[in-house]
Ligand binder design. Structure first.
Ligand code: PLP
Length: 235
């Protein structure tokens, strides 16, 4: 995908990313409209989000809780759907349960239990994805492949969460075949869960750099930051 150039607004780039997704759906025999675009706006301004929203974007992803809460508050009247995509510490669950619609990085039962308990009863169930450490990296987040089935079973018992599917962030590599293989493995894992009775419909995979491989292998949510909002400055 082309790097975002600075003379274009998030609204313009968003429309281009959507166009790219439509083209990829077509190229890889996906049903038109079956890939949902999550605009990852972490470290980007409220103005940037407003720009993307003006082009019709509703789903936004954030990784840093404090920053996210300020944006959610400022954009209260925009009717946006907020996805938490960062790692979750136990002491952050109450705020996440109260202010987000989706959480993509569930990897520990204790965190999920807290989110379920703390989900306000006036809100619908929190939509969650189980994060898989698909590359078996020690440093990476996510559960090992062998643990997916057990954790998924436990998550399904939690009353105020709705397990929707799996999420992964494959290791950064220029080896596109490797990346595509990893996405295929995540899809196969989801298929296995569904064969054993789960009714999961979500594969959250693919970022600015590996969008095509993810769409080709069945992503239903792609999480795109840089291609919409431009590069983030180092933390
Ligand atoms: C930052 C982030 C993204 C977006 O990455 P880009 O490369 O900027 O598209 C996607 N998913 C997660 C979990 C992220 O933290």
């Amino acid at each position: 995908m082309q790097p975002a150039s600075s003379d274009r607004t998030p609204a313009t780039r968003l429309l281009q990313v959507k166009e790219t997704i439509r083209r990829l759906e077509n190229r890889h025999q996906r049903i038109p409209g079956s890939v949902r675009l999550l605009a990852v706006s972490k470290k980007k301004s409220v103005e940037d989000i407003v720009s993307a929203a003006s082009a019709g974007q509703r789903d936004f992803g954030e990784s840093y809780l404090q920053e996210a809460l300020e944006k959610i508050d400022a954009l209260e009247n925009e009717n946006l759907c907020w996805h938490f995509v960062g790692p979750i510490q136990k002491n952050k669950t109450r705020q996440i349960a109260a202010h987000f619609d989706w959480v993509h990085g569930i990897e520990r039962l204790i965190v999920a239990e807290r989110l379920s308990t703390q989900r306000p009863s006036r809100l619908p169930p929190l939509q969650i994805c189980l994060q898989v450490n698909i590359d078996r990296e020690h440093s990476k987040s996510g559960v090992q492949c062998e643990q997916v089935q057990d954790l998924a079973s436990a998550l399904q018992e939690l009353p105020n969460l709705e397990l929707r599917g799996l999420m992964a962030i494959p290791r950064q590599t220029s080896d596109t075949i490797h990346r595509r293989r990893r996405f295929a493995q995540l899809r196969e894992m989801l298929e296995q869960l569904n064969e054993s009775g789960f009714g999961l419909d979500t594969l959250s995979m693919g970022m600015s750099d590996d969008l095509e491989a993810a769409v080709a292998e069945g992503a239903t949510i792609v999480r795109i930051g840089t291609a919409i909002f431009g590069a983030r400055t180092a933390k």
